[in-house]
Design a binder for this molecule. Structure first.
Ligand SMILES: [Zn+2]
Length: 398
């Protein structure tokens, strides 16, 4: 849904009971909200402005060079034959922003596979391998084919030879990928058919960036108790409540079994693994030496528990990677639209002790109505999180 459709849709929810044409009514909503005598104010129109007079530090440039380990500069048209890379932006649009923000390199995780992967490597990585790094992805569309295990392991080797530096696994695994296309049961994250793939990544020294599950509220009913009510209302397809979906916990546990089974493979759990339960993620990190985490699109979670987050960064400073989940253009997810503002918020969160500020460049906090607090990390930890930890996993010199 684009922005206008989303507004119309939300308005139609408000007025559906009145049986009025949604769009005509939505115009009326605008008028009604101007009138304090009319109540209640619809939630979607509530934009409270903080009256706190607190320090605002503008961090235009990261204090140290950065690798953004989690970006999406392209996606893959999986139905095209051969598969086709869909670029979200041009190199010349991205590079000046990187230079201004002190981004040494960006990892395009969704580099695809087959012909799309080769296109990505040719366009992004080949002209400037020190600035753009491309990961490959599994051929999920072949996952139900006979001989997939071996095929997929071979493809990892082939991708490595073509120039791919790691493997990205979308949350597709566990939440969308089904046996025999759309009809069968969901394929489990720890399904044995991927064992050779995980092993091949270890043998090829390709780190695995894996996104599993989602915020726990996505697994609950979208009702008045759901803290992501607005986010889920705007994106009803993000809900994994009911049907045959596994629970958040089952998904994470399946991933942990994979990590335990392949100790020579380096795994990076994207989105802090489970940013809502840092105690649990700490247990994972204590148990599995081959696991790191990345923070993309979760400063909203880390920043609303700043004391726990600060301790977490102290303790696991060698295993936390900087990432944003940045996607060039679009308006669906303000917390991950590539641009200067996005990076300034991340730098402010990591570098300053500013209090009570927005985690996304948006008038209404898109992932939930709260604000965040800066961690004020010391320089030694910043250097690791911004650059050194990712460089080590990617085999770059620091
Ligand atoms: Zn992502």
């Amino acid at each position: 849904m684009n922005q206008l459709n989303r507004r119309q849709w939300l308005a139609s929810l408000t007025f559906a009971a009145l049986g009025a044409p949604a769009y005509a009514r939505s115009l009326q909503t605008t008028i009604n909200t101007q009138d304090p005598a009319r109540s209640p104010l619809p939630l979607k129109d509530y934009e409270p402005r903080s009256m706190l007079r607190v320090t605002e530090t503008k961090v235009e440039r990261a204090r140290f060079p950065v690798i953004d380990f989690h970006t999406h500069l392209s996606f893959t048209d999986r139905n095209a034959k051969p598969e086709k890379a869909l670029f979200r932006a041009k190199r010349e649009e991205i590079l000046p922003v990187m230079d201004r923000k002190n981004l040494r390199a960006m990892v395009n995780l969704t580099g695809g596979y087959g012909a799309a992967l080769e296109e990505n490597i040719r366009y992004w990585q080949a002209p400037s391998p020190d600035r753009f790094i491309i990961f490959t992805e599994p051929w999920f569309n072949k996952a139900s084919d006979a001989g997939y295990q071996q095929f997929q392991a071979d493809q990892i080797e082939r991708a490595k030879k073509a120039g791919a530096r790691g493997l990205k696994v979308l949350k597709t695994l566990g939440l969308y990928l089904r046996e025999n296309g759309a009809t069968g049961p969901l394929v489990k994250v720890d399904d044995k058919r991927f064992d050779q793939m995980w092993e091949a990544c270890g043998a090829m020294k390709m780190p695995v960036a894996i996104h599993t599950s989602d915020p726990e509220a996505f697994f609950l009913l979208t009702d008045r108790f759901n803290e992501r009510y607005e986010e889920l209302s705007a994106h009803p397809d993000w809900s994994f409540h009911g049907k045959d979906f596994p629970s958040n916990r089952e998904l994470h546990e399946a991933r942990l079994r994979v990590i335990a089974r392949h100790p020579k493979t380096q795994f990076v759990a994207l989105h802090v693994g489970d940013s809502e339960d840092l105690n649990w993620v700490s247990e994972w990190l204590d148990r599995h030496a081959n696991l790191s985490v990345e923070i993309g699109a979760r400063i909203g979670e880390l920043g609303r528990q700043p004391r726990a987050a600060r301790k977490f960064f102290d303790k696991y400073q060698d295993r936390i990677l900087f990432g944003t989940d940045a996607i060039p253009y679009g308006n669906e997810t303000p917390q991950q639209i590539f641009g200067e503002l996005l990076y300034e918020i991340y730098f402010r969160f990591l570098e300053t002790e500013d209090e009570y500020f927005d985690y996304a460049p948006a008038p209404i906090p898109p992932q939930g109505r709260w604000k965040i607090y800066g961690l004020g990390l010391p320089e030694s930890i910043l250097k690791k999180v911004y650059y050194e930890n990712a460089a080590r996993l990617l085999g770059l010199s620091s």
